[in-house]
Design a protein around this ligand. Structure first.
Ligand code: NAP
Length: 345
């Protein structure tokens, strides 16, 4: 039996379109292999407007419209309605939230997530804001309304971290995790290790589309800090604020420091740490010169990784992409399949 999951998609930029591409290219295979059929019954985007159809909108049509920059002409197209209106008015089982991240207020995503959960709709999101600022509140709201709040894509895009710990490591206990959680800074450090200056490495990251025109969120460590806060809350039941997580980026790492580290058999990485201590849980983000036999030392370029130290397994490292259109769209897909399976039970 196939479970049909009616989904609204809020935010149809890189990640939203990544999800639509996967649904266009292998929607039938997903139905067959997972028993969950995902129907996009509504979509809202700031620039493109909105569209809706109770029978489902075709991913290929949505992608073609997105290329023109407008959903006008699609079923139920309504350029004036905002995302909150669509969330409230279109009947759905789940919402996929992929608007931009704001780590200070969480908005507009936080309002979208609260509205959907209050209506008993499950939420999947790649947006770090709501999970970093209000995970406890949102999980409680979800539980009260018999819905799920899933956010796998907020940490390492489609590379499984939260699901891995919640499902495959259930019963084990994480003592500490250390992660390379930002691909842009890892790319810059890798280039500097090969001999470039910070400025040259950053310019190349920008040219390749890894770093934004304003790279502050990445190079000053705030993106990694948001992920550390999510990991502490999701995996170690500890709600931390940004003020409680000391954060230093990579802007002060010089080619000299990298050369000195190399002479000592070490390599600089920007490392996010979450650790249980006698007094609870502490977390930080900062550059560390790691010995070359550290599991994180060999992670190069835009790749991300997390090394877990657990009671029963010891050291376990997950390595994979931390960004990308399809990679992050896949995170939404994986969480939607999980929502569908829960609803089918
Ligand atoms: N790209 C990645 O590799 C990646 C990886 C992990 C996590 N994420 C996270 O996933 C989310 C989406 O990323 P993205 O790369 O797809 O960003 P994006 O390309 O900028 O897409 C975001 C989309 O949301 C729209 N939007 C903004 N505010 C809205 C609102 N109030 N109502 C409806 N639509 C709204 C934007 O419209 P406008 O263009 O008009 O503003 C844009 O089309 C972000 O939170 C990001 O941090 C991304």
């Amino acid at each position: 039996m196939v479970m049909e999951l009616r989904v609204t998609l809020i935010g149809c930029g890189t990640v939203g379109q990544g999800l639509l591409e996967i649904l266009r290219d292998r929607g039938n295979e997903v139905d067959r292999r997972t028993g969950v059929r995902i129907r996009i019954v509504g979509v809202a985007d700031m620039k493109m407007g909105s569209a809706e159809s109770p029978g489902g909108l075709e991913p290929a049509q949505l992608l073609a419209a997105a290329r023109t920059g407008s959903f006008a002409g699609l079923p139920g197209a309504e350029r004036r309605r905002d995302a909150l209106g669509l969330i409230r008015e279109v009947d759905a089982d789940a919402m996929a939230e992929a608007t931009f991240t704001n780590l200070e207020t969480g908005e507009p995503a936080l309002s979208h997530v609260r509205a959907a959960l209050t209506l008993g709709r499950s939420v999947v999101t790649t947006n770090k804001g709501p999970a970093a600022l209000a995970l406890g509140e949102l999980r409680a709201l979800a539980a009260r309304n018999r819905a799920a709040f899933l956010f796998e894509g907020t940490v390492m895009s489609g590379t499984p971290v939260i699901g891995l710990v919640e499902h495959s490591l259930a019963g084990d206990r994480i003592q500490e995790l250390r992660g390379i959680l930002n691909g842009t800074t890892n790319f810059i450090l890798t280039k500097m290790e090969a001999g470039g200056s910070y400025g040259e490495a950053l310019a190349e990251a920008q040219r390749l589309g890894y770093a934004e025109a304003n790279p502050a969120g990445d190079v000053e460590g705030h993106d990694a800090q948001g992920k550390v806060i999510i990991l502490a809350a999701a995996l170690m039941e500890t709600n931390l604020t940004a003020a409680q997580v000391p954060c230093e980026g990579i802007t002060r790492i010089t080619p000299d420091a990298i050369a000195r580290a190399r002479a000592e058999g070490k390599r600089y990485k920007l490392v996010g740490v979450v650790r249980r201590t006698g007094n609870g849980v502490e977390a930080s983000v900062g550059p560390q010169a790691l010995p070359l036999d550290d599991p994180l030392a060999g992670i190069s370029g835009v790749m991300n990784a997390i090394n877990f130290r657990t009671d029963l397994l010891g050291s376990l490292t997950v390595v994979g992409p931390g960004a990308g259109r399809v990679e992050t769209g896949f995170a939404l897909l994986a969480d939607l399949i999980e929502v569908g399976r829960r609803l089918a039970r």
